[in-house]
Design a protein around this ligand. Structure first.
Ligand code: AMP
Length: 518
């Protein structure tokens, strides 16, 4: 059965072939002297070698360090040093990123890094050569892999994922076999994956969304993964669904918004789609409804979670009502616990009240790599991971996310959750995408700004028309004082909107010192 389909190169791996390649690379890594617990980085956009490296390092007991493809030299140097990386697998250079040159500079800096492996090409120092060396080791190589695997334990770290949320210094969330494989398995269970599924993954592998919700959910159920493109491309994602009979499609909300907005959207045959995952940031109800109605994704699920929890903590289920599948992030995953606490006192709040969402159970990371203080700040003495997300839970356990603690706006003493206003503005016919932020204000402390991407060709809404639209539907203090029309939002590579950057930009512009709008 097919395991991996790479649309850009037209290459396909059966499960049998994937097994061979993974074992060859694992044997090659062991032959090079890499020990269990050593750190090997991978710095690349999505490609089949990423998936092979993920499983090969796991078999060799090596801790794979996911390096964000958008990183530049200083950021690369930081994670190489912070993780004590020995080897780095590097993508071929491209227009936007000279991976090979930056990797070479990191190698020459004289730290822990002693080996580069190039994911493309066939010569010395290439990924293919590494696999060939493993294969050439023959029965001895196989025995070395088997012996290494026999010494591994489920609780051994296997993966470091650097996460900075949308601000701050990257911290290396350290995850074990048991963390990510169990999480992937249960996601696949709740999506009803079988070997008949073809899971189309436009989301990045360096993030849990690609390598766990994608790769491990599919692998643990014998399903195939499909790589539509190296980096997100809305047309390529839909073309891959059509060409390879995709049954499941993933994305952060903005990816689905881009796909639905393609001028030739109607030309793609999406009839094979059954399910998929929307996650990563608040999933607007209107977009969920359109994905179900217009993309044939009747069983699409919302997943909620974070890198530090492997990532998924709550998820909608097939049997949930449409309202719950579009308005909530579902219920707690099997074998995990959730609670909502008052961020001040740490006490649980009543059902229906807003507080900080916390997760406990098998999915919680072992900690931030070599950062015990940051770990102690995130995971309390009782083992609860504090997410920094505001949520409420109803009496049946359905959770809704109300925003980040940091994004909450306080205007004249009223707590405002931008999410609520965003959801309402999505119902405006001329609005394609919207983000609501707080702007410092002398009188009220903060005022609201709605940053709007209008529907192409539609009249751009202004402050007066938005106020009119909201009046009678939202309390007066929730009506945005400012409206900003934009062409795009600043994003992280994993598709999270950088509200902090938008706030800084807006403040600069209001003061007359800011840059022109992107
Ligand atoms: P990351 O560690 O990059 O996966 O980011 C985790 C953060 O993404 C969470 O703490 C949430 O703020 C946000 N997030 C993820 N999934 C959802 C969702 N379904 N709804 C709302 N926010 C989400």
């Amino acid at each position: 059965a097919p395991a991996l389909i790479d649309a850009p190169s037209g290459r396909t791996w059966s499960y049998a072939r994937l097994q061979e390649d993974v074992n060859d690379v694992a044997a090659g890594l062991i032959a090079l002297g890499l020990q269990a617990g050593d750190r090997v980085g991978i710095w690349s956009p999505n490609c089949p070698e990423w998936t092979i490296a993920q499983y090969a390092t796991a078999r060799a007991g090596i801790i794979l360090v996911n390096v964000n493809p958008a990183y530049r030299q200083t950021e690369l140097d930081f994670v190489v040093r912070q993780s004590g990386m020995r080897m780095l697998l590097t993508a071929p250079s491209e227009k936007r990123s000279d991976y090979a040159a930056m990797a070479q500079t990191a190698l020459e800096s004289g730290g822990s890094l002693t080996e580069l492996v190039h994911l493309a090409g066939d010569g010395a120092g290439s990924f293919n050569a590494l696999a060939r060396a493993g294969r050439a080791a023959g029965a001895a190589g196989e025995a070395a892999v088997a012996e290494r695997m026999a010494g591994l334990r489920p609780g051994d770290p296997i993966n470091i994922q650097y996460t900075s949320g949308t601000t701050g210094f990257p911290k290396g969330a350290t995850l074990t076999h048991a963390n990510i494989l169990n999480n992937g398995y249960f996601i696949g269970e709740l999506l009803d994956y079988t070997e008949a599924d073809r899971v189309v993954l436009p989301v990045p592998f360096y993030h849990c969304f690609g390598m766990v919700i994608g790769n491990l959910a599919a692998l643990s159920h014998g399903a195939a993964t499909v790589i539509p493109s190296r980096t997100f491309d809305a047309g390529a994602a839909l073309a891959a669904v059509q060409a390879h009979g995709g049954t499941s499609l993933y994305g952060v909300p903005t990816m689905f918004i881009a796909e639905l907005g393609l001028p030739d959207f109607d030309r793609y045959d999406l009839s094979t789609l059954r399910t998929g995952v929307m996650a990563g940031s608040p999933c607007p109800e209107e977009i969920m409804k359109r994905v179900i109605a217009e993309m044939n994704m009747n069983e699409v699920a919302i997943c909620y979670g974070m890198t530090e929890t492997s990532p998924v903590s709550t998820m909608t289920r097939g049997g949930d009502s449409l309202a719950r599948r579009t308005r909530t992030v579902g219920r707690t995953m099997p074998h995990l616990e959730s609670q909502v606490v008052d961020p001040g006192t740490g006490e649980q709040v009543p059902f229906g009240a807003i507080g900080e969402l916390c997760t406990r159970g098998y999915s919680v990371m072992t900690g931030y790599w070599n950062q015990p203080d940051a770990t102690a700040e995130a995971i309390d003495a009782d083992g609860w991971m504090h997410t920094g997300d505001l949520a409420r839970m109803d009496e049946e356990g359905y959770v809704s996310i109300e925003g980040r603690i940091k994004d909450m706006v306080i205007r004249g003493g009223e707590n405002i959750y931008p999410r609520e206003i965003e959801e309402f503005l999505y119902t405006h016919p001329d609005i394609q995408d919207v983000q609501v932020i707080g702007i410092p204000d002398e009188r009220y402390g903060e005022e609201l700004m709605a940053c709007i991407i209008p529907v192409p060709g539609a009249p751009a809404p202004d402050t007066a028309s938005i106020a009119e639209f909201c009046s009678g539907a939202l309390a007066h203090y929730k009506i945005p004082k400012y409206v900003q029309i934009r062409g795009s939002f600043p994003m992280t590579v994993s598709g999270k909107i950088r509200k902090v950057a938008m706030r800084e930009e807006a403040v600069g512009r209001l003061a007359g010192t800011g840059p022109a709008m992107p």
